[in-house]
Design a protein around this ligand. Structure first.
Ligand SMILES: *Cc1c(COP(=O)(O)O)cnc(C)c1O
Length: 384
């Protein structure tokens, strides 16, 4: 079996964890948390980074900071993971789903304005597969209507839009270090606060709604409950592991890109014969090799391909079930316009195994079997 994903372990993780154990300080916001946050601020060029227990938690913090409350609307794609929408619904807000672009599978920026109402407070963009959304247009719309922009950059660490790292462009951003992402800590994430006016409140929400930070700095003489908040910060063991990953990011990124590029070159011919379409990376965008997908011509061909690859030991998978037609999406959300691209892509997309330490022979095996199977389905199909 060729696994769909396997985290890249650099060797620094255990050393860092041992150092935490030796010092005997394992709660959050310690030395490694600070190191990770400084690294993110420096590498991404974001205003302030706070580690969180997940990207889900980071999105929840961003939505609290954006002051989303009962009935407030947040525009977002439907083709995304549930956390993008859940964060809004937890505050009583309404996710408003719009369709995605055919090329990048990111939110279609030309459909955003039609979804704006007097209740709209924010736009959450998702950089699918680590490929940037059309941020210049989106930031201009946000400015025109005085909306806040949250980047769900769960998949986007180290990718760039016109030279700007993803996560540094919107008012807020959320990163994920879940096991399936490029840089990992098992579960983990970070909220990035680019608009400096929100930084003090962010630290309060992060520390369970207390002014602990100001207290430790000697700015107030009492440590008290001052706002809403929760326990959003991870323990030091997680931060220690993560720091080992962050400082090796160049090696991890390079290894993933190598596999991504091999797939991309090898599948060019099959794309010419319209057997499937490969990912499209617009100019002025550099990506991080997070996902390699194929878009099959029909849903039935995708399903057959998925089963045939899995039968042959290739850990291929698909996603997402669109949010706008999911039970909770129907209950809590609203859809603006047709969702044709979302529905079509969700039924035709197939993800191939992609991780840094994939053996060369395994990459070649995936390429060969994909080509064999796509030809088989072509010749034997098979009623639609
Ligand atoms: C993975 C992912 C999340 C959730 O990340 P967690 O760290 O598991 O909470 C949210 N949004 C997108 C687009 C993701 O890919």
């Amino acid at each position: 079996m060729i696994r769909f994903n396997k985290p890249y372990i650099t060797g620094n993780e255990m050393k860092n964890i041992q150092s935490v154990l030796n010092k005997g300080r394992m709660a959050g916001n310690g030395e490694f948390t600070q190191k990770c946050q400084e690294w993110l601020e420096c590498e991404i060029g974001c205003g302030k980074a706070l580690l969180t227990t997940s990207c889900t938690a980071a999105l929840e913090m961003a939505v609290i900071l954006a002051d989303i409350g009962y009935g407030d609307e947040v525009i977002m794609p439907s083709y995304t993971f549930v956390s993008t929408a859940n964060a809004v619904v937890l505050r009583g807000g309404v996710p408003v789903f719009v369709d995605i672009r055919e090329d990048t599978l990111n939110i279609d920026e030309t459909k955003i304005e039609a979804a704006i109402t007097p209740h709209t407070k924010a736009i959450t963009v998702v950089h699918y597969a680590g490929v940037a959304c059309e941020m210049d247009t989106i930031m201009a719309i946000a400015e025109k209507y005085r909306l806040l922009v949250i980047e769900d950059a769960a998949q986007g660490i180290l990718s760039k839009y016109k030279g700007q790292p993803l996560g540094s462009i919107g008012h807020f951003a959320a990163l994920s270090f879940h096991e399936t992402k490029n840089l990992v800590s098992g579960e983990g994430g970070a909220v990035l606060i680019n608009d400096t006016t929100f930084q003090d409140r962010a630290e309060i929400i992060w520390e369970k709604g207390t002014n602990r930070k100001a207290f430790h700095k000697g700015l107030v003489d009492k440590y008290s409950w001052v706002d809403i908040g929760s326990s959003y910060l991870p323990g030091e063991l997680i931060a220690a592991f993560l720091y080992g990953q962050l400082i090796s990011c160049a090696i991890i990124d390079k290894a993933r890109m190598k596999v991504w590029n091999q797939y991309h070159e090898s599948f060019a011919a099959a794309e010419k014969y319209n057997k499937f379409r490969r990912p499209i990376i617009p100019q002025e965008i550099s990506h991080n090799g997070h996902i390699y997908y194929l878009l099959l011509p029909t849903a039935s061909k995708r399903d057959q391909m998925l089963h045939r690859l899995q039968d042959k030991g290739i850990g291929a998978v698909f996603h997402y079930i669109p949010l706008h037609s999911s039970p909770a999406g129907i209950r809590y959300g609203r859809t603006c316009g047709e969702m044709d691209v979302t529905d079509s892509v969700a039924s035709r997309l197939l993800r191939l195994p992609l991780w840094g330490e994939m053996k060369e022979e395994d990459v070649q095996t995936v390429i060969r079997i994909v080509q064999d199977e796509v030809n088989y389905i072509e010749e034997n199909v098979l009623s639609e």
